[in-house]
Design a protein around this ligand. Sequence first.
Ligand code: NDP
Length: 407
Amino acid sequence: MTGPSSSANQYAGSGRRSVAILGATGSIGLSTLDVIQRHPDRFEIFALTASSRVDEMVALCRQHRPKVAVMADAEAAVTLRSRLPADLGVEVLAGREGLVAVAQSAEADTVMAAIVGAAGLEPTLAAVRAGKRVLLANKEALVMSGALFMDAVAQSGAELLPIDSEHNAIFQCLPPALARDMTGAGVRRILLTASGGPFRNTGLSSLAGVTPEQACAHPNWSMGQKISVDSATLMNKGLELIEACWLFNTSPSQIEVHVHPESIIHSMVEYVDGSVLAQLGSPDMRTPIANGLAWPERIDAGVASLDLFALGRFHFERPDLERFPCLRLAAEAFDQGGTSPAVLNAANEVAVAAFLKGRLRFTDIPVIIEEALSALPSTSATDFDVIFDKDRESRAFALERIGRMAV
Ligand code: NDP
């Protein structure tokens, strides 16, 4: 799926990869820093970004001494500037302009795209357009803008490497030169695995009353709140289905979701000769992050060896689309094409935020998304402005609709 590797180390004078981490204070950002600090000979940190959590950013700047720190929130940037000692030499930038500036800076050759949600699209796109190695964790950016995003990758020659564990697994199971040519590679289908989330065994009647704390208590993975709720509704798998279609140039009909509660097999690729290749590992995001940072080499990620004797067995189930309609809605949005995935994503972000604040029931998340999809029918996604407009429209629709719903 990658473009020509024109970006590889072309900027880093020291011979080390120079990395900008968008979303450094988050779960993926911190795991990325953990891998990077194990390899000071290979990587240097150019920039760290966050939204508003200044205390966390101060600590990261003291520890990792980036050249630039960006706070998306302008007031937070002012506070950060006042709290960083001058001798640390960290330049502080603010807002969307600051995020875009570090993402496209000639001083970075590698950008970890780990901002959560649609807010990540603009800086991730800036990194793509500047031809960087882009490590894509921020699946929402690709889901929203699909073909436009992949066209930008092709035009700039950026190296796009998947960090989502499932997509990284699929990537590892495909011949790299044919990662976007399923027919040429002889692929019959992709088996996309899913943990099933914390409510895998919860009955439909109990789902309406689940709390944000329960939804965020993922059985296997430690993640940010938004993706944790997405995992609980199976919207995460829906977003991943769309992400896989764009990354590997395929369609939902060629992808089958397998619920695999142990989260050890991160996905599989079945070939026409009957071979099934799988990538296995402990559920630890440092593995795909290390894979993306060092690709095509391998580096220590600090991840313990897999103990298959202790695990004993693997289990597989079909996803239950009646209890978890978000997966169906995502597949439908992809089939509708155009602006529908952007509408789906935006309505989901608003609904999840409302659920986390106790303003929406868990089971109303798919209701809001379905209503948004039918109220805002798909139009052709001719450019990124169309996508951003639809994102705003869908947010406004979902907010208004939630406002009229009593919890
Ligand atoms: P977190 O919520 O833990 O972290 C989000 C990061 O984005 C934080 O640094 C946050 O800053 C920053 N951020 C939030 N809002 C904005 C904004 N409006 N503008 C700029 N920055 C912002 O998320 P995760 O690390 O869990 O997830 C990040 C992305 O990676 C998501 O797209 C997710 O789907 C994907 N992903 C995550 C996995 C995981 O294991 N966590 C696995 C696979 C994919 P601040 O701290 O200041 O709020």
